[in-house]
Design a protein around this ligand. Sequence first.
Ligand code: NAP
Length: 276
Amino acid sequence: MQIYGKHIRETLKQRIYQTARQISMKMAVVQVGDDQPSQVYVNSIRRFGEEVGVAIEVYNLPASVQQSQVEELIRQLNNDPDTTGIMIQTPLPDHLNTSYLVNSIQPSKDVEGIHNYNLGKLISREEGVKPSTPKAIVRMLKEHDVLISGKNVTIVGRSTIVGSPLAVMMTAEDGTVTLCHSRTGDLAAETRRADILIVAIGRKNFITADMVKEGAVIIDAGINFNEDGKMVGDVAEEAKEKASLASAVPGGVGVITVAELFDNLCILAESSSSHN
Ligand code: NAP
């Protein structure tokens, strides 16, 4: 059975809308250059912001911008009392130091939950903001009553925004986690052991039916485009047919991710208003 993210997004949207009526919130998005997928994501943030009544300020910087100029902008946003959350849209041009810039955001304004301080809190299992895509995946599993505790969870892809934090979060849910990547020796053996298989690598239809256990739960976070411009995931349709539940692409994890970003903004706003 295919599972979708729309109703989860709508539920989150209602909650965010209510919070935005009680606490004024503003998100600053720092965007460098004109990367097309980045533009699509930033537009979806703008639209969601309009729908829930949250102000979004996008700072469009040219691809030639210097590191020091981006640092200065982040310093100003850190000091701006009206800015609740800051995100830097990636990928950044090669001459910019992404990690340094992300870690120059004040942790209390790190709306993506990817500052080293917040990742440290994630590992220590403290409350706080968490990266949006892993949050969306865990929420999707829970909303569909998928038991994680004691299950073999195989994650394919170890990026700092998806696979690695997800491994920490699924371990915190008492799953037994195997984290795979491009150097994994026998990937099919690892994926076939999975009760819950989560894939985020960015290669269309990479996971085939022979790599999946009958009845497994599959979460496909991949976003790729085929020759006709149609969006497809990392998991082939015939592999999803063997699953008891499989997330759709499009319409699955991706539609929840933006809502999770705004959920993080609410967490930051609530935390800052309780400290004032
Ligand atoms: P990324 O930073 O490029 O990381 C890709 C990961 O996949 C790496 O860990 C890489 O291994 C692994 N990988 C690549 N080829 C592999 C192979 N042949 N076998 C096993 N592992 C392989 O990508 P990302 O930012 O995590 O994004 C991954 C996918 O998720 C993309 O399609 C992206 O569009 C999508 N995504 C979706 C959402 C959403 O909201 N749905 C959000 C973010 C990303 P190494 O570490 O060894 O290189």
